[in-house]
Design a protein around this ligand. Structure first.
Ligand SMILES: [Zn+2]
Length: 427
């Protein structure tokens, strides 16, 4: 017997507040429009950096990266410049489903691979490597395969054929919908969370198709969101008004004008030096290096004792950070400011993992997509992507709250868990 009220969370990866608002007003998402009128609808801040692995880890734990330990899609192995890919095992705080009463069904939350023991069902989101290890409990694997379930869209296809990519995107969405219906009916859940991630891929590759109504793929772009609106309508219709329904994104999106390469800048300005004739990689950092970047714009000082060629002692840190801050603050491309926000780690993070945090974090100004990419041969260019993430324009929509006073005026993604927990305590 499922106790009421239940908690249902629908995640739309990367969808900005303005897009949802626009689609609600123009009739692309009529059900979403109804929900907006019934509950609260706010602009929400993402994590810093505004990438899915950090944002979703912050959402499910209700903590900041200094506490949960996920700072990006890549990290360096301790005591080296070797890249590694943190996964669910690296998360230092429990996700809400390990703490909340009752069974949970959790589908496609990024950075929850490999799936592990929990009370209910979990299907990992990207980056998931092996199908079997992405599903808990394991006996669901054959059922999901029968439904043609796909862990992620094959974005590689977009580089050769946009048509094939869009076909794959559609099939991935359809299979996700089938899996949600199957698990909705076959599980005795108290909490249900379903995340759609193809939205992010669509906006990276086809932001132009969203803005330009004459674009070849404009209608297809709208159809993807119409389909999602249909699922939101279906889910909203299957629950009662007392149940808590949360629909939100993990970061926002906007048009990408330029990719800007931070490690290239650091090299040009003498902060980063590589030696040897091998591959251009952080492995070749020399003693002369003061700072380097990891994606998207996390700046690490080359500290003594922390890295093999670390050369920065404690006393030098404030001066180097000041110089870096001046460099990023003064960076202009075609007369436009490139970096909107510059943070020292203490301004953003607290907790036991802060010592592993980047020393400085940058958020790009409008249109500028900051990247680390050590192989870049120029400061900036424009690649295949038409859209980029934003830190301050995610959205949060909630229906069924006991009181709206538990929602901050401008919530952060790490507030969602506490809002749901306060509401559960009140109802
Ligand atoms: Zn993205």
């Amino acid at each position: 017997m499922i106790k009421s009220p239940k908690t249902i969370i629908i995640g739309l990866d990367g969808v900005p507040f303005g897009m949802i608002k626009g689609f609600a007003e123009t009739g692309v998402m009529p059900c979403t429009a109804r929900l907006i009128s019934q509950g609260i609808f706010r602009v929400m801040r993402s994590s810093v950096p505004e990438v899915s692995s950090v944002a979703w880890s912050s959402m499910i734990t209700g903590k900041n990266p200094g506490q949960h330990g996920i700072f990006g899609f890549v990290d360096l192995s301790p005591g080296s410049y070797k890249m590694r890919f943190p996964n669910f095992d690296d998360l230092r705080e429990p996700p809400f489903w390990d703490m909340w009463e009752g069974e949970s069904v959790i589908i496609n939350v990024p950075s929850t691979y490999p799936a592990r023991q929990m009370n209910g069902v979990l299907i990992s989101g990207f980056v998931s490597i092996d199908f079997e290890r992405s599903v808990h409990p394991k006996f669901l694997v054959p059922d999901l395969k029968r439904l043609d379930y796909r862990l992620d869209v094959d974005s590689q296809k977009a580089h050769s054929s946009m048509g094939l990519f869009l076909e794959d995107l559609d099939k991935t969405l359809d299979a996700r919908i089938k899996a949600y219906r199957y698990l909705w009916d076959s599980s005795n859940w108290q909490t249900f969370m379903l995340v759609f991630t193809a939205t992010d891929r669509l906006m990276h590759f086809l932001w132009e198709a969203y803005e330009d109504t004459d674009h070849k793929y404009h209608n297809l772009f709208l159809r993807h969101f119409e389909k999602i609106d249909g699922i939101i309508r279906e889910i909203a219709g299957r629950i009662s008004d007392e149940d808590l329904l949360i629909v939100h994104s993990d970061h926002g999106f906007e048009r990408l004008d330029h990719d800007v390469y931070i490690n290239y800048l650091l090299m040009q300005e003498g902060f980063l030096q590589l030696e040897g004739t091998g591959d251009i990689a952080l492995d070749n950092v020399s003693y002369g290096t003061k700072a380097f970047a990891l994606d998207p714009a996390r700046i690490y000082l080359n500290r003594k004792g922390r890295y093999p060629c670390g050369s920065i002692g404690r006393t030098e840190i404030p001066e180097i950070l000041d110089r870096l801050e001046k460099l990023f603050d003064s960076l202009r491309i075609n007369g436009r400011r490139v970096v909107r926000d510059i943070y020292r780690k203490e301004q953003l993070y607290t907790g036991p993992c802060v010592e592993n945090a980047p020393d400085m974090l940058l958020v790009g100004a409008k249109g500028f997509n900051l990247r680390a990419n050590i192989k870049a041969e120029k400061l900036y260019d424009k690649g295949i992507f038409g859209g980029k993430h934003t830190q301050d324009t995610a959205f949060l929509m909630i229906r069924g709250l006991s009181t709206t006073s538990i929602v901050p005026d401008i919530p952060a993604i790490s507030d969602i868990r506490a809002i749901a927990e306060k509401d559960r305590a009140l109802s």
